[in-house]
Design a protein around this ligand. Structure first.
Ligand SMILES: [Fe+2]
Length: 223
């Protein structure tokens, strides 16, 4: 098996009452684990059988959403990052290096939070919301479907799943409430700090091997 099956970094009940245990368990097993299992089926006995997830992503990226291999690899990566972006008792004001960086790039936390929630609400359909580090500053970006910012040389700091399966069980159509609770009670600022420090050390990495958003023909193909 090329890619290890994931494990949650906490108990499925740890994020309650923001995300209920059954919701987290279903999201993890029915979505994340299935993407990883299918990814391993797709690469088994082929030229990518011993490749890392990052290598598979870069090889599959040119075909983007038209490739099941890309979708499974990207969603495997995105979900692993998402779980680590949250923690029990998280959220609230940023700490340490993130506090200074947020104040520098968004003026203050209140402005950052407003822009985060606005971006979450503006995304049409499934996708992801990211806080990324790009050329020395933080930015909020969204990606469509399975697309992941690492393929554009952007360095993820925090990721939030915007697919309906992530919030419908607990919030219905109230994606804004999900985004608000994520900020106030889940966001893992320690993880964000670790990623920011790593991003500043590694600098800009040119991994632009595919579009961040699916081209129109790929969206129509839906594969
Ligand atoms: Fe998901």
């Amino acid at each position: 098996m090329t890619i290890s099956m994931p494990t949650l970094p906490y108990n499925a009940a740890a994020l309650a009452p923001v995300l209920m245990p059954a919701s987290v368990e279903r999201h993890f097993t029915d979505h994340h684990c299935r993407y990883v299992a299918r990814l391993n089926e797709l690469v088994a006995s082929g030229p990518l059988a011993d490749a890392t997830l990052d290598e598979i992503l870069r090889r599959a990226a040119p075909r983007g959403a038209r490739s099941e291999l890309f979708n499974c690899a990207a969603e495997s990566w995105n979900h692993a990052f998402y779980w680590r972006s949250m923690k029990a008792g998280g959220g609230g004001l940023p700490i340490d290096a993130m506090r200074a960086q947020i104040n520098s790039d968004f003026k203050n936390y209140k402005n950052f939070a407003a822009r985060w929630k606005k971006a979450a609400a503006a995304q049409f359909g499934g996708g992801w919301l990211w806080l990324v580090y790009d050329v020395g500053r933080l930015k909020i970006v969204t990606t469509k479907d399975a697309y992941t910012p690492i393929l554009r040389g952007l360095q993820p700091i925090i990721g939030m799943d915007l697919w309906e399966h992530a919030y419908y069980p607990d919030y219905g159509a109230k994606r804004d409430e999900y985004a608000d609770r994520f900020l106030n009670s889940l966001l893992n600022w320690e993880f964000a700090n670790e990623n920011l420090v790593k991003a500043k050390v590694s600098g800009m990495i040119d991994r632009t091997v595919g579009p961040m958003h699916a081209p129109a023909e790929a969206a129509v193909a839906g594969k």
